[in-house]
Design a binder for this molecule. Structure first.
Ligand code: NAI
Length: 248
């Protein structure tokens, strides 16, 4: 028996990077997968094909997770088309890194809206279906910098810290409905997001990691399999770090 057989998951921002790895890992474990991203490009279409080839039902939706109305609409559409939503992975996120001295109001607002408000939008839209089903697992992508802070990332770290407070509150609010809520805090994961950094900055990060390597999207996806599956049925309100030992 596969770990996610019979479940339907919704993953935001999954056309590439960590979200894509989670979508593929979930499909390998037997979950039907609905996923969103900003545009219908080759990444979205190829992921849809790869997921369907794994023998599950899968579909990509164009939807901006930071838009409240858009999120409500896409969740209603997915619930109608797939019949249920068992796992929500709030993965969509962006960076606009710069020192506070140079950070504009737009850079602050955009990162808070895309990273934090999206989590509110999708969770609020999905909760009524999970309450009706009397079960659900919500997984929110935070970051080690949401716990420890990071120079040059005041906006990003604040959004990821906000996600942790939200995750814990939802765990307390919806626990009696058998809905679990957990956050994953990846460290330095090698994706397009971290490719924006200079080689020097990347090497600096890697030096701080006890396991001496950047993480892979699959390292994060494996923890999300656990949190989405019934193996974690007594785990809620937690932040699980996937950082090679960087934050202890
Ligand atoms: P990425 O930039 O490779 O992929 C992010 C995806 O989200 C893209 O496909 C993008 O189009 C999509 N997206 C952006 N805004 C969106 C919106 N408003 N609505 C829907 N989709 C949207 O990033 P990566 O590295 O895969 O990161 C995924 C998540 O993991 C993010 O929340 C990020 O903050 C978090 N994370 C990443 C780390 C890393 O080292 N790469 C470390 C810690 C956390």
């Amino acid at each position: 028996m596969k770990l996610l057989e019979g479940k339907t998951s919704l993953i935001t921002g999954a056309a590439r990077g960590i979200g894509r790895a989670i979508a593929l890992a979930y499909a390998r474990e037997g979950s039907n997968v609905a996923f969103t991203d900003m545009v219908e490009d080759d990444n979205m279409k190829s992921l849809e094909r790869e997921l369907n080839a794994l023998g599950v039902r899968a579909k990509g939706y164009v939807s901006d997770a930071s838009n409240h109305e858009n999120s409500q609409m896409v969740v209603d559409q997915i619930a109608t088309e797939f019949g249920r939503i068992d796992i929500l992975v709030n993965n969509a996120g962006i960076t606009r890194d710069t020192l506070l001295m140079r950070m504009s109001e737009e850079q602050w607002d955009l990162v808070i809206r895309v990273n934090l408000k999206s989590v509110f939008n999708l969770t609020k839209a999905v909760q009524k279906y999970m309450i009706k089903q009397k079960s659900g697992s919500i997984i929110n992508m935070s970051s080690v910098v949401g716990v420890s802070g990071n120079a040059g990332q005041a906006n990003y770290a604040a959004s990821k810290a906000g996600i942790i407070g939200f995750t814990k509150s939802v765990a307390k609010e919806l626990g009696s409905r058998n809905i679990r809520s957990n956050a994953v805090a990846p460290g330095f994961i090698i994706t397009d997001m971290t490719h924006q950094l200079s080689e020097e900055v990347r090497q600096d990060w890697i030096k701080k990691i006890p396991l001496q390597r950047g993480g892979t999207p699959e390292d994060v996806a494996n923890v999300c399999i656990f949190l989405g599956s019934d193996l974690s049925s007594y785990v809620s309100g937690q932040v699980i770090h996937v950082c090679g030992g960087m934050n202890t």
